[in-house]
Design a protein around this ligand. Structure first.
Ligand SMILES: [Ca+2]
Length: 95
């Protein structure tokens, strides 16, 4: 049940992006993008500590490269919040 909901959100996000994400959809697609970031975060957090170490970030070459800038408070760990912000910035820059 929960999995199919996540799948639907991912499909919706893809459709919204493909359609050029009109202004009316901005809030929804932002939310979908956040869910996507969180899912990515969970998959990278190998030891389920709730933060990404430099070793864990190494699994994603783009994140490994941007580790220092993604680690906003420079504590050597990327929190979920830092990762969501980093993902949003990366997506914005990609546009
Ligand atoms: Ca940090």
């Amino acid at each position: 049940m929960k999995n199919s909901l996540i799948k639907n959100v991912a499909v919706f996000s893809f459709v919204a992006l493909t359609a050029g994400a009109g202004n009316a959809l901005a809030d929804d697609s932002m939310e979908a993008q956040m869910l996507e970031s969180e899912a990515k975060f969970v998959s990278l957090d190998a030891d389920k500590s709730g933060t990404l170490s430099q070793d864990e970030a190494a699994a994603d070459s783009a994140l490994a490269e941007a580790f220092a800038s993604a680690d906003a408070d420079q504590d050597g760990q990327i929190s979920k919040q830092e990762f969501v912000l980093y993902s949003g910035d990366a997506t914005a820059a990609g546009n």
